[in-house]
Design a protein around this ligand. Structure first.
Ligand SMILES: [Zn+2]
Ligand SMILES: [Zn+2]
Length: 176
């Protein structure tokens, strides 16, 4: 996501812009998803402060039933991007600005938000996603997806730890 900030860089600290974005990005290997939301840019002494509230989605595999499904991903980004050439004699040298490589505005005054979005995205994708709160999972004995079908294996749960889960499964059957 490339943002041309040449106009804003000519203004003084405190100047800001805010706009909507809606564009497909490659967020992880093999994952392309639309990212939409609001991006706010604030001119600082050293560069530009980015505040963004973005939404996307991730296709994840349910940790109980292993079915792939889409989950919303919300990202609240707060990050300062630096100019390398700006600021006169006190301008930061490469070592002073040794922060993240991706937080730099290049010589063409283009701020690339892609890497930052990727980082926030990877933090927000749930580690143990479930397709729905009452997902019944798969039968440990025969492997069927208990959300879709019942099997005859649950007469005696093989492991007491699964007892609660099986109870959950049968109570959701009553509701439906
Ligand atoms: Zn599931
Ligand atoms: Zn079974």
């Amino acid at each position: 996501m490339y943002l041309n900030v040449s106009q804003l860089l000519r203004e003084s600290s405190g100047a800001n812009r805010s706009f909507q974005v809606d564009e497909p990005l490659t967020l992880a290997e093999g994952t392309k998803a639309t990212v939409r939301g609001t991006v706010r840019l604030l001119r600082t002494d050293r560069g530009i402060w980015v505040s963004a509230a973005l939404e996307s989605e991730a296709i994840v595999s349910c940790s109980r039933c292993l079915t792939d499904h889409a989950q919303p991903v919300h990202m609240l980004i707060e990050e300062e991007f630096f100019t390398r050439w700006d600021g006169g004699p006190a301008a930061g040298t490469a070592s002073e600005l040794s922060g993240d490589e991706h937080c730099r505005i290049d010589e063409d005054h283009v701020l690339d938000l892609t890497e930052t979005i990727r980082q926030f995205y990877s933090l927000e994708v749930p580690m143990q996603p479930v397709c729905r709160r009452d997902c019944a999972g798969i039968c440990l004995t025969c492997g069927v997806n208990l959300n879709e079908t019942r099997c005859g294996c649950d007469a005696a749960p093989p492991d007491p730890r699964w007892g609660a889960l099986l109870e959950l499964a049968s109570s959701s059957d009553v509701e439906s």
